[in-house]
Design a protein around this ligand. Structure first.
Ligand code: ZN
Length: 83
């Protein structure tokens, strides 16, 4: 009996073809099992979020937002002092 192949289809250049690896779990190879794919997506998603969060522009935007808030608060206090 022939070993079961992974049921995922992959793109090789411009051609879509079945994954050539043997299925090890639920009809998928180790790399294409939905659990593994989800795990990888989650990791790359988190990496991407961290990268975005630490981008100079994001850092600057957060600083601007904080300063704008402080500015508003100081303006309110000034209004109170002025009466
Ligand atoms: Zn596969």
């Amino acid at each position: 009996m022939e070993k079961e192949k992974c049921s995922e289809r992959v793109w090789i250049g411009y051609h879509e073809q079945p994954c050539s690896r043997y299925a090890v779990r639920d009809g998928y190879c180790k790399q294409h099992h939905p659990d593994e794919v989800a795990k990888r997506n989650k990791i790359s998603d988190e990496k991407w979020k961290a990268k975005m969060y630490n981008k100079p522009m994001s850092v600057a935007m957060r600083k601007i937002k904080a300063l704008e808030k402080e500015n508003m608060e100081l303006r309110d206090q000034l209004q109170i002092l002025k009466g």
